[in-house]
Design a protein around this ligand. Structure first.
Ligand code: SF4
Length: 352
């Protein structure tokens, strides 16, 4: 059976249900790279130039991890994800990712291209190209495509469902309610080890951890790219650490598009699609009063993030906004340093 490798990085956190369903329905075996670890990151760092951002370096490591494990590796080139935006596009590094992998890495498996530019072509075309490269008969490809798109939609709707309830409940009751946004969508991934599912399960060892707080008395929003905050190794498990420090964690990636679009109207047009989401989420969390504090997680060497942070710091200044902290992560960031900053932040929020 043909084996297709999927790197566990970048759009894996967005499109994995689509890819998995489509390929499995086509009778193809899927092999995922291991969850990010020291070796994968070191491989990625040593095969990339210094000024590339951490998630892309990490992606290289995942591609190399699949070198001996698959016949094909699915590599993405996402210019414009599925949105109703005329001028929305991703960052230059994501646009050039396919070329960087093709020309920068020596790998045995063939490359399977997932090229998505929804301003010009629908998602079905991106999937159709995969089917063509794998020689899947048209009828089977069409049926698989239908199933894959349905599952992706279901996944996305489940991801955002709880945030909508928060808004509604706050409007109705006038107070905040305890709804952990990290407890979603675990039923949608069939394999338990999936990173996003893991993030959404309570930590099993929570009560035995040395810095564990007995109760959750804080609500903290974590705003950042999903491929960073849902990768436990890369993000130093910021969400898990916050939970152990007594916080209920709310993540930016689970906010529904309607909320983001409503918030983003308040600011100058931002063309980077993923950065629009971050600014919209930051604006919502800073002004809605549903959280006690907001943490921005950004990568060193991320061009769009450096601008997004300025927009957030200069333009989103509602009265009585909750405390804010920015954590910049690169390959040299240490776990103890991240924990110290989170402890200090939670302490500050508790003291008011
Ligand atoms: S948006 Fe930033 S972190 Fe993401 S791929 Fe582009 S440069 Fe890297």
């Amino acid at each position: 059976m043909t084996r297709v490798g999927i790197p566990r990085a970048l759009s894996y956190y967005r499109y994995f249900p689509l890819w998995e369903t489509f390929l499995e329905e086509c009778g193809v075996e899927i092999v995922r790279s291991d969850p990010t670890n020291k070796l994968i990151l070191e491989k990625g760092v040593s095969h990339s130039v210094d000024d590339i951002c951490l998630p892309v370096k990490c992606y290289f490591g995942h591609v190399l991890d699949l070198n001996e494990k698959a016949d094909y590796i699915l590599v993405e080139r996402i210019l414009s994800p599925e949105r109703n935006l005329e001028n929305g596009f991703t960052c230059p590094k994501l646009m050039a990712l396919l070329d960087m992998v093709k020309h920068g890495l020596e790998i045995k498996p063939k490359i399977l291209e997932f090229c998505l530019d929804s301003r010009k072509h629908p998602l079905t075309r991106a999937i159709g190209r995969i089917a063509k490269s794998l020689g899947i008969p048209k009828r089977r490809a069409l049926n698989s495509m239908k199933a894959a798109i349905e599952r992706q939609k279901l996944y996305e709707s489940k991801l955002t469902r709880m945030d909508v309830s928060i808004e509604k409940r706050n409007c109705q009751s006038g107070k905040n309610e305890e709804i952990p946004l990290t407890a979603q969508a675990s039923d949608l991934f069939p394999r338990q080890e999936d990173a996003r599912s893991e993030m959404r399960k309570p930590c099993a060892k929570v009560t035995s951890h040395p810095y564990c707080q007995p109760k959750r008395d804080l609500k903290i929003a974590v705003v950042g790219h999903e491929y960073l905050i849902f990768d436990k190794f890369l993000s130093h498990d910021i969400c898990g650490k916050l939970e152990r420090l007594g916080a209920t964690v709310y993540t930016s990636s689970a906010l529904p598009e309607e909320i983001i679009e409503k918030e983003i109207m308040k600011y100058e047009d931002i063309s980077w699609v993923y950065e629009r989401d971050l600014v919209g989420a930051a604006s919502y969390f800073l002004s809605s009063g549903i959280v006690d504090g907001v943490i921005f997680v950004v990568c060193f060497a991320c061009g769009p993030d450096s601008i997004t942070m300025e927009i957030i710091n200069r333009e989103i200044c509602p009265k009585n906004r909750p405390p804010v902290m920015t954590i910049v992560i690169d390959e040299h960031t240490g776990d103890a340093g991240v924990l110290t900053r989170l402890e200090a932040f939670c302490d500050m929020v508790r003291r008011g």
